[in-house]
Design a protein around this ligand. Sequence first.
Ligand code: FAD
Ligand code: A2P
Length: 317
Amino acid sequence: AMPAGEAVAATAAENSQPMAEAKPKADIPVNIYRPNKPYIGKCLSNEELVAEGGVGTVRHLIFDIGGGDLRYLEGQSIGIVPPGTDDKGKPHKLRLYSIASTRHGDKLDDKTVSLCVRQLEYKHPETGEMVYGVCSTYLCNLEAGADVAITGPVGKEMLLPDDENATVIMMATGTGIAPFRAFLWRMFKESHEDYKFKGLAWLFFGIPFSANILYKDDLEQIQREFPDNFRLTYAISREQQNAQGGKMYIQDRIAEAAEELWPMLQKPNTHTYICGLKGMEGGIDAGMSAVTSKYGVDWSGYQKDMKKQGRWHVETY
Ligand code: FAD
Ligand code: A2P
């Protein structure tokens, strides 16, 4: 197993490119399939991602989309329409899931799309009974060969810049890793004529236990192979402690790294992405703010500017 926190220190790659222009919107596929006429794909595989000793159920699902027109880009989401009806007898509404594969799919044949799905389970606040989420439970139990109703793609917030020299800072909790898996696979696992990543990617990943580190072997393999281009920092909330003796959350790792992050964020070709629990956002801002204020910079204004420049990307749920 990998030691806690940062395993390999890396030097920042050269970043000489000017700021990447926002993608022309016309290139982005959206709503190819709508809820009233979803694409019916097939489940090709459904694998558990939580190792022995971890909590909960998180599955990596691959769907065949080879028979239709569905196309997507890294960072987009698809809708899933669960079968059946709700308690009012109406067909279930769609749920959104971040796409975990690159545009080429896990089989590299442009014919699949993958998801990373946590089964929602919680105790009913009044009755104390266990409640299981409708769509996430349906997906987590889906068998290979089963049909699945897919809509989309949607989302223009989390797209990866074309700039091969960009610095890409990623902050994920739990299944928030999904779009970053797509990014990292495009950067480091696939080869393309028109995109050869030479910049720096830094992933901060918050999870409860080591056994909950989704895609752990792949992430650590990328780190071994590309130590100058990929940094990996875990926040393992129920195994590590922050400086105050509390749970180690992703925002604690951001606070620790903020002195190093601040110069990076000031480069025009640095993009920051946040995906997963909404609750992490306030802490991330607090951690950055503590450092920027030392340099006389108001973080919230700076962050708004980054957002305007298309360099601060948030998708929390
Ligand atoms: P539902 O049956 O719809 O139940 C959800 C409802 O349960 C909530 O609305 C709330 O009323 C109630 N509830 C939930 N928790 C509690 C609690 N602790 N106490 C009391 N009540 C509670 N999920 C993923 O697993 N992977 C992804 O990659 C992913 N990407 C997403 C991307 C986007 C853009 C968005 C918006 C959401 C994403 N989600 C993702 C979440 C996903 O869309 C669903 O919301 C999730 O799977 C739960 O759906 P469900 O049908 O299982 O739950
Ligand atoms: P914890 O559950 O120990 O409080 P998963 O989706 O696999 O449960 O992972 C989500 C991770 O995010 C867990 O480590 C969880 O910690 C952590 N987490 C929960 N609430 C917050 C929050 N407000 N800010 C940052 N991280 C959080």
